[in-house]
Design a protein around this ligand. Structure first.
Ligand SMILES: Cc1cc2nc3c(=O)[nH]c(=O)nc-3n(C[C@H](O)[C@H](O)[C@H](O)COP(=O)(O)O)c2cc1C
Ligand code: SF4
Ligand code: SF4
Length: 345
């Protein structure tokens, strides 16, 4: 259809992953409820359940709830597919999500059956998860330095090493940054989210709709900030702004903001992303947890505050990482979409 790619920009006809609970195993510990980045879960009669938000903002298929569950009570089935309109994606995937299959002879076998045949690096890559449950205990400075050191030795275009790190270990400062980032996200939400959902922790009103002005704005914004308007991202951002207590830094004791010299050779986002992933994997191998926080973007609105933090030209923010000791075991194997590979032989 001629205008197909302009349709359903704000609310696409989508199927989402489903939360499936084995009630006989659930002890009601609440870890899955605390960890879900979209706050889709609740405890009801001592069992984990989807809450009212679940009908409006659906699962990003991260499987973090299943990873943190000590009882193995959760399965996440299915995934996000859109059949038509701007966000159409169902033609871009093949097959089902699967757990890691690095060795063809062990296809369809549980990871633990062949983990011993993998290298230590491979095991770290497959087991690492984003950590959203942290202990209060601070990470000693020498450990933070050790993690940053792994970033320092990342490859970069022309060896230009554009990065700079701001390591924040002061709770009050992390709280201030949290408030400022949330204020910025609220502005985007006001323009692109039904009014009824803005200030409620649980948007139970399933009939809420975008106003005419919001629909227009969404269709305009899509041209240069498509990522923020993705239906899954909007659920995440609504979580953050509708709950006054939500900490985008997840209560982690340390926050590392990654900056880059904007005059860097090639792509500073790519260079600094590679640097960050070196840090994430090193942290995991040291028993520390991390989570990327793209929502740090909100600091762009506060030039004076940025200066106070040491974020001054030519450096600009690329991303941020939380760092801390995980509450119990979280890292686990998950399933992911098939790799899209085109062999040219
Ligand atoms: C660039 C980037 C930005 C992200 N921003 C956030 C964020 O702001 N908040 C959050 O809770 N998770 C954030 N994440 C974590 C993703 O949700 C997570 O990586 C994804 O769901 C896959 O889960 P896994 O990391 O446990 O494998 C971000 C990840 C990346 C790579
Ligand atoms: S898979 Fe992720 S987004 Fe979905 S319910 Fe579990 S924790 Fe929440
Ligand atoms: S983490 Fe597992 S055991 Fe705990 S409430 Fe959630 S499903 Fe139940």
């Amino acid at each position: 259809m001629l205008f197909e790619k302009h349709r359903f920009v704000s609310l696409p006809p989508a199927t989402y992953a489903r939360f499936v609970l084995d009630e006989t195993k659930c002890t009601g510990c609440g870890r899955c409820v605390k960890t879900c980045p979209i706050q889709l879960l609740t405890l009801d009669n001592g069992k984990a359940r989807p809450n009212d938000r679940y009908d409006s903002f659906r699962c990003i298929t991260c499987q973090n709830c299943a990873s943190v569950c000590p009882e193995g009570a959760i399965r996440i089935e299915g995934t996000y597919r859109v059949s038509k309109g701007y966000w159409k994606n169902d033609h871009l995937y093949s097959g089902e999500k699967t757990t890691p299959e690095p060795l063809p002879k062990y296809k369809d076998k549980p990871f633990d059956d062949f983990a011993y045949e993998l290298t230590e690096t491979e095991r770290v890559i497959y087991n690492r998860r984003s950590i959203r449950l942290y202990r209060k205990k601070q990470v000693p400075k020498e450990m933070v330095r050790r993690v940053i050191e792994a970033g320092r030795f990342a490859p970069s275009a022309g060896n230009n090493q554009p990065w700079k790190f701001i390591a924040v270990q002061n709770r009050e400062v992390i709280d201030e940054i949290n408030q400022k980032c949330k204020n910025f996200i609220k502005i985007i939400m006001r323009g692109t989210m039904p009014k009824q959902w803005l200030e409620k922790r649980v948007p139970g009103d399933k009939d809420a709709k975008l106003s005419f002005g919001q629909t227009l704005l969404t269709n305009l914004l899509i041209r240069w900030r498509a990522g923020e308007l993705d239906p899954r991202a909007r659920g995440g951002m609504n979580t953050v702004t509708s709950d006054p207590d939500y900490d985008i830094f997840l209560g982690a004791p340390t926050l590392i903001i990654l900056l880059a010299d904007k005059r860097g050779i090639g792509s500073i986002d790519l260079d600094t992303g590679i640097c960050a992933q070196n840090m994430v994997l090193a942290a995991h191998s040291l028993g520390l947890g991390t989570c990327y926080i793209g929502l740090i973007d909100g600091l762009m609105m506060y030039p004076n505050y940025r200066e106070k933090l040491g974020i001054t030209p030519p450096f600009e923010i690329v991303t941020a990482l939380t760092l801390g000791y995980p509450q119990g075991r979280i890292d686990k194997i998950v399933s992911r979409e098939q790799a899209r590979i085109k062999w040219v032989e």
